[in-house]
Design a protein around this ligand. Structure first.
Ligand code: SF4
Length: 308
């Protein structure tokens, strides 16, 4: 499958025909790996300051289901959430990865990086004599990795972990790691965005990125562009209260400045998304989320007057 065709397949994943399309995606990965004798994508996943929502969302991937992602696409070498090993056994895997005993790997970071007070607000491991902070772990492995993926808005931009008053001094990964990082933002990430990005890395390398270093094939258009209530917006027909069927711009919807394909990809096995569930988009993929979306349920023209 060509890269262009792959991108088209990813863009089309939706509730209407997701099964057939995602089957195409996995079989493309399978064919590619067999043809080029490519191993699965080796992944070291380090979770730092976050709520764990992204790994839960990842577990909700459907077509391909999680088992097939592990069986056919990725080799999850280390994950402080998913792996069965603990303590020294788990750390030994990390050291082997650092020594490149598994070959090139992709670093996935989930969560923001606290930098205040020597980073001690987030330790990812403890040895006999010291803590290994998130800062130490991601900077060390970030330098060694072939690709670096920030999954979720905390890792991408700081997100809720860095929201005011940010007492831990949390920042997005790019603030501590001076190299190209693929930001797969979202609070949480949509599993398709993450699995699609990994599939792209496996077959074609780094995908085309937007100005926030997010894969353009998932974040290239605003939520507003494809929203089912767009005709109401165009007629300036706005909801008076939550639950009304009209456009929710009046209720603080962030769709006009939020890059994501939620209206047609949808969530939870592609069945629903916030506006369809009668709640405004809160802009969770944005670089300034959540402070830039606050106060929620206040119109965007009040939060950001340039959108009036
Ligand atoms: S509900 Fe939000 S995303 Fe949908 S048309 Fe209105 S402002 Fe745009």
């Amino acid at each position: 499958m060509t890269r262009e065709k792959f991108a088209a397949v990813c863009r089309k994943l939706s509730s209407r025909d997701n099964h057939a399309l995602t089957e195409k995606l996995l079989s493309a990965v399978k064919t590619h790996r067999a043809k080029h004798n490519t191993p699965k994508l080796s992944v070291v996943w380090i979770e730092t300051n976050d709520s764990g929502d992204n790994n839960i969302s990842f577990m909700n991937t459907t077509f391909p289901y999680l088992g097939r992602v592990f069986a056919e696409m990725i080799d999850l070498l280390y994950s402080n959430t998913f792996m069965a090993a603990q303590g020294t056994k788990a750390l030994a895997v990390l050291e082997r990865a650092a020594a490149m005993q598994y070959g090139p790997f992709t670093l996935v970071v989930e969560g923001a990086i606290p930098v205040k007070d020597d980073g001690l607000y987030c330790a990812v491991a403890r040895t006999q004599d010291r803590y290994i902070t998130a800062f130490e772990a991601v900077t060390r492995f970030g330098k060694l990795a072939e690709h670096v993926v920030a999954v979720g808005t905390c890792a991408s931009f700081g997100g809720p972990s860095a929201a005011r008053p940010n007492i831990t001094g949390s920042v997005g990964l790019s603030k501590v790691l001076p190299r190209k990082i693929i930001n797969v933002s979202g609070c949480p990430v949509n599993p398709d965005w993450f699995v699609g990005t990994l599939a792209h890395l496996l077959m074609y390398g780094r995908p085309e990125l937007d100005r926030f270093n997010r894969p353009a094939l998932f974040y290239g258009f605003t939520v507003h562009r494809h929203c089912q209530r767009r005709s109401y917006f165009d007629k300036k027909d706005f909801a008076d209260k939550l639950g009304d069927i009209e456009c929710m711009f009046s209720k603080g919807c962030m769709g006009p400045k939020t890059g994501a394909d939620c209206p047609y990809r949808q969530w939870v096995d592609h069945v629903n998304w916030p506006v369809k569930a009668n709640t405004p988009c809160i802009g969770c993929t944005n670089e300034d989320f959540p402070d830039g979306s606050s106060p929620f349920f206040t119109s965007l023209s009040v939060k950001s007057p340039e959108h009036e």
